[in-house]
Design a protein around this ligand. Sequence first.
Ligand code: PHE
Length: 339
Amino acid sequence: MLQKIKDMLNEVENLEAHSAEEIEALRIKYLSKKGSIAALMNDFRTVPAEQKKEVGIKINELKTRAFDKINSLRAAFAQTDNDDSDIDITRTAYPTPLGTRHPLTIVKNEIVDIFSRLGFSLAEGPEVEDDWHVFGSMNFADDHPARDMQDTFFIEARPDIILRTHTSSVQSRVMEHTQPPIRVICPGRVYRNEAISARAHCFFHQVEGLYVDREVSFTDLKQVLLLFAREMFGENTQIRLRPSYFPFTEPSAEMDISCNICGGKGCSFCKHTGWVEILGCGMVDPAVLELNGIDPTIYKGYAFGMGVERITNLKYQVKDLRMFSENDMRFLNEFEAAN
Ligand code: PHE
């Protein structure tokens, strides 16, 4: 037995290998469960008691040596491999998976694109805003419920600094430093203090539009929105305007489009009415023009605002709003083709 161990130790000391496969074959030959060292360990039972100690020590020594030898072969091989002048350094490192645009970005880009073809330019502003740009300049009365803690996130210790609840704040920022004609489209993220569910989230995305010039009428607004709806949802899309109320527009309306899922026949998505609401709009209240430094006796304007999530739901039938912010790759990859 002792002789056997000695021979194998010799063998191990002189091992050589020229490739990773050969090294692996040696590891299997000596060190695997069915390898020759394991076989020696099996024979250990037959060793007479008085030799057990010595044989045990030798087997362990052999095992350690075999481990070290194979590791050093591996290290040497890795080194020569690195030095290999055959390496093609121009080869692509890994097949890099390309990401996809987020569905909300895809739809926002599409909305912005449609309006830019109609002559609207892009305007953006801060998400952390002051009370004036979000509410004051938009003609919200001091006690308007939207200023309530339930809707607005306040920045601690600064009651006048808030997270914007709509991108109308950007319209105000544009008006305060530009004289008409103004034609802007304002996309961005907005925040409202709502419990998160399939139908509501504490942040979402809006695109608002503003047009201010000498001769602007409700008919212009209606025409632009009809054009938008047909570009976005197809040329057979119908629109309808229902009277509504916003502090910053007068008159105000909400716009529905014929349900693009059932084609207006009635389905569960449109609650069997054939219509779905997509945006709010109206003629800019003269008080808003005045508050933002524009003379309402000379100029008029219209404005509209829509939720990007809502438009995306209509286009892609995403049933749960939370999907948009969970970063589930299975969901996001669905939009690869729409990029
Ligand atoms: N700011 C409104 C909102 O957040 C949307 C809107 C914009 C309505 C412009 C009318 C005109 O609900």
